[in-house]
Design a protein around this ligand. Structure first.
Ligand code: GAR
Length: 203
């Protein structure tokens, strides 16, 4: 009998290139143990929603703006429950989740961060800023990390990492692009499948 794939939601806030990498991985038949059932954006009108539409994945907006943390998280929880979501991927999701939220989904939320944790991570380190700080410090190697999400920003258990070398003349933008291409878009879908596989075996 064919098993039921793990039901996955992806939370986004912007461009959604990491979401795209997951959708492509699924389309190529490599997401063997999961299925992308829902995309939730914290902002309306972003490119990530267009990507979900193009792949005919159910999508919704829960605006962060104008809500308390509790109201915002409640809006997300309702959608996750309605869609029986088992695993949540934060893919360029630029909002902090409270302990109240993360405690509901212990080792069920994964995040991709554009550095080798524990370097250049935690509160205030997101997007281009991470690469600016890495270049400013002068590290020779950076990369990306996929980790479980708990109440500490970028503080959960590491699932997968990949290193990327800094090149002479790198700018925050060139480095961001290379870290995405060489690391994030590869390890995020792989780590997701690995987590789905583990959950499926535990079921
Ligand atoms: C990615 O580089 C992701 O790792 C980073 O934001 C970018 C989003 O791009 N996330 C963080 O910095 C979280 N701390 P995307 O929307 O194209 O996937």
């Amino acid at each position: 009998m064919k098993f039921q794939p793990i039901r996955v939601a992806v939370l986004v806030s912007g461009g959604g290139t990491n979401l795209q990498a997951i959708l492509d991985y699924e389309k190529d038949g490599k997401l063997t143990d999961g299925e992308i059932k829902l995309v939730i954006s914290s902002k309306a009108g972003v490119k990530a929603l267009e990507r979900a539409e193009n792949y005919e994945v159910k999508n919704a907006v829960v605006e962060r703006k104008g809500k308390t943390q509790e109201e915002f998280e409640q809006g997300i929880i309702e959608l996750l429950e309605e869609n029986q979501i088992e695993v949540i991927v934060l893919a360029g999701f630029m909002c902090i989740l409270s302990k109240n939220f993360t405690d509901r989904y212990v080792e069920r939320i994964i995040n991709v961060h554009p550095s080798l944790i524990p370097s250049f991570c935690g509160e205030g380190f997101y997007g281009l800023k991470v690469h600016e700080k890495a270049l400013e410090y002068g590290v020779k190697v950076t990369g990306a990390t996929v980790h479980f999400v708990n109440e500490i920003p970028d503080g959960g258990k590491i699932i997968m990492q990949k290193a990327v070398k800094i090149k002479k003349g790198d700018t925050p933008l060139s480095l961001q692009k290379r870290v995405m291409e060489e690391a994030e878009w590869q390890i995020l879908p792989q780590a997701l499948n690995q987590v789905c596989q583990t959950i499926r075996k535990e079921k």
